[in-house]
Each structure stands twice: as C-alpha cells, then as structure tokens.
Design a protein around this ligand. Structure first.
Ligand SMILES: Nc1ncnc2c1ncn2[C@@H]1O[C@H](COP(=O)(O)OP(=O)(O)O)[C@@H](O)[C@H]1O
Ligand SMILES: [Mg+2]
Length: 271
C-alpha cells in the first residue's frame, strides 16, 4: 500500500464535477419532469412529480410509507423504467442512456444489503474483496488490492474485512461493504433507500459520516429516510412526498416550517 501513489489512490473516490457533457452548468444534477406512474387499476403511485435534485448536495426524501418514495428513487436509475422525457441526468434523458452505464453512474443502496455470496451459496468466492471488485470487473477492469483497501477504509472498515464472507458480517458491516462495492463503480450519484433503518446507532453514524465525506468530494446523494433526525443531520434539502405528490421542497433547517397539512402531521408525529 505504501508504494501506491496518492493520485491513483484518490482516483476511485473522486467525482468529476465538471463532467457535464455540454450541459451548461445547471445547478441540478437530476431533473424529474412531470413523472407519473399509474397502476393498471387506475390508481397512481406518482402524480406529475417534478423535482430538481441539486448537484453535489444531499437531498432527503421523506413522507408516509406507501407515498411513492421508493418508486421515485427507482425511476432515477431505471429499476423502474420511467417514460422517456421525464428523468434527466446532466440534461440527458436517462431512457436514452445504456442502462448498465447509467447504473454505474447512479449507484443504489437498499435497506438490507445483499452480498453476492448469499446469492451463490455454493460458490467458493464471495469475499468482501470479490464483492467490491465485481462492478469494475463487469467492465473488464480489475481493481488492485490497494484500491480495495482504500475503498474499505473509506467505508470505515479495516483491512481484516478483505477476505471475510458475508455470513461473518453484521448487517451494519455488510451495508458498509455494499457501499464500498457501489463506490468501486465511481458513481456520480448515490441513491439510498432507507439505508440505515436496519442498523444500530453506531453503524448508522458510520454510514452518515461516509455520506458527508462523499458529498465533500462532489457526489450528489438522494436518500429516502424515515428518520427526520437523520435528515436534519445530513441533508441539505428535503423533499416531502405524500400520496405520490411532492408537497414541499425545503432546506433541512426549514423543515419545521412545512405548511402542507399531511406534511405537518407527518413531521409532528415523527419528531
Ligand atoms: N410494482 C408495483 N405494483 C403495484 N403496486 C406497487 C408497485 N410498486 C409500488 N406499488 C404501490 O405503490 C405505492 C407506493 O409504493 P412505494 O414507492 O414503495 O412507497 P414508499 O417507498 O413511499 O413506501 C404503494 O401503495 C405500493 O403498494
Ligand atoms: Mg419505500
């Protein structure tokens, strides 16, 4: 690790904030325009949602369950395919981008981490290091041991995790491995769907610290959370989604000034 050059070491974790592909300096990394999702029965999960997700900031998404938060998040990396002309990354319609390329740029973490060993119980592979190497390998790129160690350190895991298997990890540790695995793809945007709701307070704090570090490197982060306290701790701006509609977008210091009656009720009950 000593021989490893600092520049190369940093490379995996830096976000090229100037890489706008001709998109002329908008403050928004992602734009959502009039996004609607209807079920066959006619009910809508998302109703004409428009949202500007600021570049290099942490946006929190909160609201009662069933309100469409996960659906909105999943539209941003096409886990649910939005209609064309509704979601733009750096000004480009995401439905026109290669889906695997998009998912590398727009990484995602879920409530419960799934490490690959659990998907392939009979495989001899599936160590933490294998998990972290997986994304780049799909692109034909082998990342060095040093880079794996660097990602582990960044995700607040020491080098002893390198050869561990998923079944030797706590949920909090596995979530940090999942985070390191996502970061190995050098994403520009990180989507998080209640990433700490299964974690203890210390693991939660570890993850929050990493998110704040990533923001300082220019990453754009969108996090669904049911914890108002967490949103106040780390989000810059908060979007309140109720019944498939965005009812307010506020800076996190001004969250208590939300006016929509359902948003007020939700905030009062959760604080
Ligand atoms: N694929 C689907 N088919 C049918 N209903 C769905 C589907 N996905 C989500 N829903 C429904 O859409 C609503 C919003 O879901 P979701 O986006 O998961 O909300 P949240 O994450 O805010 O709890 C819920 O009523 C849910 O049951
Ligand atoms: Mg959800």
């Amino acid at each position: 690790m000593e021989n490893f050059e600092d520049g190369a070491r940093e490379h995996l974790l830096s976000v090229n904030v100037n890489e706008n592909d001709g998109f002329n300096g908008s403050e928004s990394k992602i734009q959502v325009k009039n996004l609607t999702r209807c079920l066959d029965k006619g009910a809508s999960i998302l109703k004409n949602v428009s949202l500007e997700i600021p570049r290099g900031k942490i946006m929190g998404i909160i609201g009662p369950s069933g309100g469409g938060k996960s659906t909105l998040l999943r539209a941003l990396n096409r886990l649910w395919e939005p209609p064309s002309g509704t979601v733009f990354l750096d000004g480009k319609d995401i439905t026109g981008v290669d889906v695997l390329e998009l998912r590398r740029k727009v990484g995602m973490l879920f409530q419960l981490p799934v490490l690959f060993e659990e998907l392939k119980p009979f495989s001899k592979t599936g160590t933490v290091a294998d998990n972290i190497r997986y994304g780049p390998l799909l692109k034909g790129k082998k990342i060095s041991d040093e880079q794996v160690y660097k990602l582990l350190t960044f995700a607040d895991l020491d080098s002893s995790f390198f050869n561990k298997h998923g079944n030797e990890l706590s949920v909090g540790q596995a979530q940090r491995v999942a985070l390191a695995r996502t970061l190995a793809n050098e994403p520009e945007v990180l989507l998080l769907d209640e990433p700490t709701s299964a974690l203890d307070p210390i693991s939660t704090q570890n993850i929050e610290d990493v998110l704040v570090k990533l923001k300082s490197k220019g990453m754009t982060i969108v996090m669904v959370s049911h914890s108002i306290k967490q949103i106040k701790r780390i989000a810059d701006v908060v979007c309140l989604l109720v019944g498939g509609e965005i009812v307010e977008v506020l800076s996190s210091e001004k969250l208590s000034e939300a006016k929509h009656p359902m948003a007020r009720r939700f905030l009062d009950l959760s604080s």
